[in-house]
Ligand binder design. Sequence first.
Ligand code: ATP
Ligand code: MG
Length: 435
Amino acid sequence: MTKAHRTAGILSIGDELTLGQSLDTNSHWLAQRLLDIGIKPIEHVTVPDDLDAHVRVLQRLAATCDLVISTGGLGPTADDLTRAALARASDDELIEDPVAVAQIERWFAKSGRALNAINRVQALRPSRGECLENEHGTAPGLWGRVGEVELYCLPGPPREMKPIFEKLVRPRLRPMNDRLVRTLVLPTIGLGESDVALKLGELMRRDRAVMVGTTASKGVVSVRLRYEGDPAHADAQVRDAEAQVRERLGPIIFKHGEVSLAAELLGLLREQGLTLATVESCTGGLLGGLLTDVPGSSAVYTGGWVTYSNAMKQSLVGVDASILSPSGPGAVSAACAAAMARGGLARSGASLCVSITGIAGPDGGSEAKPVGTVWIAFGHSSDAAVEARRFVLAGDRANVREWACVAALAMIRQRAIGDEAPKLLREQERVTIQR
Ligand code: ATP
Ligand code: MG
């Protein structure tokens, strides 16, 4: 009897993964694919290239999951132990698979080489198992069983692993159709995690049909919805829960489908016929990068300046020397941010300009201006004034820089959606400076 697949264990193999030299992206990808078809991943395990550890984990996963999918360790060298581990865990012996030999021979022939003894090892499989053809490399995948539990072993390189999964594994999986996991992520901008939680209130209780949780990263708080149960009710339940979340959080939810904050903002500005310029100091062009990541951004984004030094702030966007002089407010100030936005507006001819100047760290902070202090100013060509806001952002240099971009996008977005512009997360102070 073959078991239906309600749950899965995902196993990643390789010293480079356990030692932290490279990142396991295969598990992440496989977990999403499995969830999509209604199989719930319940464990991710990473083992080094060590036969005993590998066999132990296979046996343990086979005892707790309905299905195991592993990646890696199918190469031709002595440290590639997946074939041996599968054979040992399933109490089987390795034999050579003639079809696989022919496939690997064909692969080598394509580049004018003959199959060598080292690669021939890759045609080995447990006698009761099967090889899964790899059209993008030399290592075939393997199918086998440990006890009653089916095991699919796929090669480590994602460009080989993914097509084998899609073509040869996915069609053979048998999800239990009586339960389904459905997830939805609604990212928000503006409020902190606890304020979002306060607004969500009892929607976050753990005993509800759709579980609602939050995660926070660089100013974006994502509301995560998860339904698990009868497939017949999945769509309606998730739709209901989404409507309730939207009702409570309103316009702070920014993402529609797979759209980034920058993409959503550019769409809004485009609808309104507005163009945008940037003047960046501590973010060094990161904001321009986020905007130009979006296809079609040229309809809205005119370009910008990276004015890292004081001299460039003066020469490129006309910041007054008195602002930057030792007796003035300095480069990280409302006056400087406002002057940058003003200069950017005038010189770009864009309808909007946003500027960022701050201290990303790790050095350069002071008591009055700690690391993470960032002034962001925003001006509209039809306004008489420029608005500047001071943030004190948390985290390391990379965090501060990324979060500053998010805050800048959020400021423009508040204006674009006609929000009354409530205080953003980590915002400390707001001033308006006449142009
Ligand atoms: P090959 O035939 O290429 O040797 P393999 O099955 O032996 O395949 P590994 O040697 O374990 O695979 O890994 C080869 C490469 O695949 C790694 O260097 C890495 O770039 C990538 N890789 C392996 N495992 C993962 C993983 N879990 N996530 C992302 N990439 C991975
Ligand atoms: Mg390896």
